[in-house]
Design a binder for this molecule. Structure first.
Ligand code: PEP
Length: 250
């Protein structure tokens, strides 16, 4: 069986004190989750403090971004080496907000993926089409190209460490969720593209998350789809019991 994961992307929300409170709330409930790995991705400024809290618990930590370099003259950047040092296990890469507002290109993301893997961190690699791309029937082409440029020059061993998140841009933070049929169709497509590039065995083992206005009220239907292995959750991850209810929706 594939690993099921629910990851909470807090984005640039919460003060450090609020973040610690939220992490504590998630930790208090995590033992009620049976079928999924639970990950939280606080802002980078919170990670050191929150890592001290989550150390030894079932709650895993993710960063929301990192540099392609390990160290050096990169003012303002976050080193993957340091993330590993403080106990972070995953890094979200290629989120549509990073692609759009920070002009992150596919080739830069590919460098970041390699940097993350180099420090034994696991990428949660986001792909997804914009509304106009879906409306013009290009959604599969767009997602396939994001996968090819961002990931498909990895070795099999490295690719096996990657988690993919399908996040249609039109569903992020909009309250507009993809239907489970739309999400399933894309997840199945992603798995078929992975099978073509690597193998069916690897494709069948790849965890593919859905993200985009996923909440406790719709998670169960989405996660019931055969190729949806959990969720990347934005807004609904900012309330501990709502987030945990999503984690229990398998
Ligand atoms: C996200 O930003 O990854 C996300 C899925 O956001 P939301 O759940 O708020 O749509």
């Amino acid at each position: 069986m594939r690993k099921q994961i629910v990851a909470g992307n807090w984005k640039m929300n919460t003060s450090v004190a609020e973040g610690k409170e939220l992490a504590t709330g998630v930790m208090a409930l995590v033992n009620t989750v049976q079928n999924a790995e639970v990950i939280i991705a606080p802002p980078a400024t919170h990670l050191t403090e929150i890592a001290k809290l989550t150390k030894g618990s079932a709650v895993k930590l993710a960063a929301q971004n990192c540099s392609q370099a390990a160290s050096g003259a990169y003012t303002g950047e976050i080193s993957p080496k340091t993330l590993a040092e403080i106990g972070v296990e995953y890094v979200i890469l290629g989120h549509s907000e990073r692609r759009t507002y920070f002009n992150e290109t596919g080739s830069l993301l590919n460098e970041k993926v390699k940097a993350v893997l180099n420090f034994n961190l696991k990428p949660i690699f986001c792909v997804g089409e914009r509304l106009e791309e879906r409306e013009s029937g290009q959604e599969k082409e767009v997602v396939q190209s994001q996968l090819a440029v961002g990931l498909f020059n990895l070795s099999e061993a490295d690719f096996a460490k990657v988690v993919i998140a399908y996040e249609p841009v039109w569903a992020i933070g909009t309250g507009k969720t993809a239907t489970s049929a739309q999400a399933q169709e894309m997840h199945q497509f992603i798995r078929s593209v992975i099978a073509m590039r690597y193998s069916k065995t690897i494709a069948d083992k790849t965890t593919i998350l859905y993200g985009g206005s996923c909440k406790a009220s719709n998670a169960r239907e989405l996660f019931a789809a055969p190729d949806i292995d959990g969720g990347l959750i934005g807004g609904a991850s900012l309330v501990a019991d709502e987030f945990i209810n999503i984690c229990k929706s398998f």
